[in-house]
Write a protein that binds this ligand. Structure first.
Ligand code: SF4
Ligand code: FE
Length: 498
């Protein structure tokens, strides 16, 4: 099958029997649910842009497996140029959706599993790499969305997986059969999981021998028997359920999505198992996936940042303060922060290198520095956006008031008249346009889009401490000490503490 259109993608979701729960109930028609639809629109954009000649170079690639043209979201990076194009594609997608477009987790999982299975087979003589290549060929040929799933619930964080009172707090192999394995457990806050055709599961952390049963990687379809998902709430999400809601949504068309994915004894045939007990490779898989996803944030969050900067500039203009030097300086600062994130995304890609199987990895130190900055700069960008927008962003009456013909004034003025009169801006823009841009900023700073821009910047692809551990490991302090000693003329090998 060739690349799918956005409409074909949405239709393909309808054919799945995916089990989704929300607000205590099973949602049968989740594809058209007003709270889920915006996240589907985001993923659909990965399809429509791939078919747009203007974006073809970034959005598509040539498969190293089949030689065919595929969506870049299913591509195994073959060069540093591929890595750079990935980041540029993510910035573009962020600009088009101002949201988390979800398909990257699968792409990052493909690249991590691809290179890790090769090295597992090299050491143990297993055939996981071939199995994975067959699976990925199927994904590329069918142009599917795959949820890359890593994060387990983890229960008591002071205990290893096998020490938990409830072993289900980490995904594990419950039973081994000649033709496959039965898995139990769950994956938390899974981005785009409901909109995905398949799931690619990876262990959540480095593991020791006692955690052998938890060192498992596999793929399964979204509607596998025993698999179900519980939709994650977002701030102001029920605004999407209000009849005729438009302006109050801020970002009406697009949004992110996270869910709890539960594996209630799911059978996985051997052909879809890519790790079963090889605990010594769990750390490598985690490090590679999180490295790729930390690179990703140097693209996607930057694209969203571009839209926020534009929205803040418009809010200033509508207020008539765009010429104020303080406003100009804030926009400069926002741009500086945003482009610094992009520089990190490009740098870790340009400094990438081949893995043993020939696919390309990012520079791990720079990817972790990239994500560490992402845990901070978007917060400052949002702070400056709120500063420029003013308090009206959170005190303005609702859309229905702005549209109401209820007479409230002595001279017959309606609620709409009163709102338009008192919330007028520079006189050159309509009150509605001013309202739209402020609602957009509210949505991205505090509403449902804040999940994707703010909190996800903190915790997605690993919380800040996870990057600090990697920065410490990759930072090579010993070499740096040697540099200092040489120039300072220090010849002693070690410091005598006595
Ligand atoms: Fe992609 Fe960014 Fe969403 Fe991760 S957070 S899935 S990199 S858009
Ligand atoms: Fe994410």
């Amino acid at each position: 099958m060739a690349l799918m259109t956005a409409a074909q993608y949405i239709e393909s979701l309808r054919k799945l029997n995916t089990r989704v729960y929300m607000f205590g109930e099973k949602i049968d028609n989740w594809v058209d649910h007003p709270m889920i639809k915006p996240s589907i629109n985001c993923v659909a954009m990965t399809y429509s842009l791939a078919l747009d000649p203007e974006y073809e170079d970034l959005m598509t690639a040539t498969s190293n497996l089949t030689g065919k043209k595929i969506n870049r979201f299913s591509h195994i990076h073959q060069s540093t140029e591929d890595l750079i194009k990935k980041v540029k594609m993510q910035r573009l997608m962020g600009q088009k959706t101002a949201s988390c477009f979800q398909r990257c987790v699968g792409m990052d999982a493909f690249n991590a599993v691809y290179s890790t299975t090769y090295e597992m087979d090299e050491k143990n003589g297993t055939d996981y790499h071939k199995r994975f290549k067959d699976f990925l060929t199927f994904v590329q040929e069918e142009d599917l969305v795959v949820d890359g799933a890593m994060t387990d619930p983890k229960g008591d964080r002071s205990k290893a997986p096998h020490q938990q009172d409830d072993l289900d707090l980490f995904v594990h192999v419950k039973e081994r059969r000649p033709d496959g394995i039965v898995v139990r457990g769950a994956k938390c806050h899974q981005t785009g999981s409901i909109n995905s055709h398949w799931h690619l599961i990876m262990p959540t952390q480095a593991m020791k021998e006692a955690d052998r049963d938890f060192a498992v990687s596999f793929a399964c379809p979204s509607d596998a028997e025993g698999l179900f998902m519980v939709y994650g709430r977002q701030s102001c999400d029920t605004r999407k359920m209000e009849e005729g809601a438009d302006i109050d949504l801020g970002n009406k068309l697009f949004g992110g999505q996270e869910a709890l994915v539960v594996f209630d004894d799911v059978f996985i045939p051997n052909e879809y198992v890519f790790m079963d007990g090889e605990y010594e490779f769990a750390g490598m898989l985690v490090e590679r996936f999180s490295g790729f996803h930390r690179q990703s944030y140097g693209g996607c969050k930057v694209g969203v940042g571009d839209v926020i900067i534009g929205a803040a500039a418009l809010a200033a203009e509508y207020n008539g303060v765009e010429k104020a030097s303080a406003v100009k300086d804030k926009l400069i600062e926002m741009t500086h922060l945003n482009e610094t994130l992009y520089s990190c995304g490009i740098a870790c890609s340009a400094e990438g290198c081949p893995t043993k199987c020939g696919s390309y990895m990012i520079d791990l130190l720079l990817a972790n520095v990239c994500k560490q900055n992402v845990t901070r700069f978007p917060y400052e960008i949002v702070r400056l956006a709120e500063d420029i927008a003013g308090g009206l962003m959170v005190t303005m009456p609702g859309e229905k008031d702005f549209k109401s013909d209820t007479v409230v004034g002595r001279n017959g003025e309606t609620l709409a008249d009163i709102c338009s009169k008192f919330f007028v801006g520079n006189g050159k823009c309509s009150t509605e346009d001013r309202m739209r841009i402020l609602r957009f900023l509210e949505n991205i700073c505090l509403g449902s889009s804040a999940v994707g821009y703010r909190t996800e910047s903190m915790h997605g692809a690993g919380s800040p401490q996870a990057q600090r551990i990697m920065i410490q490991r990759q930072g090579n302090i010993e070499d740096k000490k040697a540099l200092a000693k040489k120039i300072a003329g220090i010849k002693t090998e070690r410091i005598n503490h006595e």
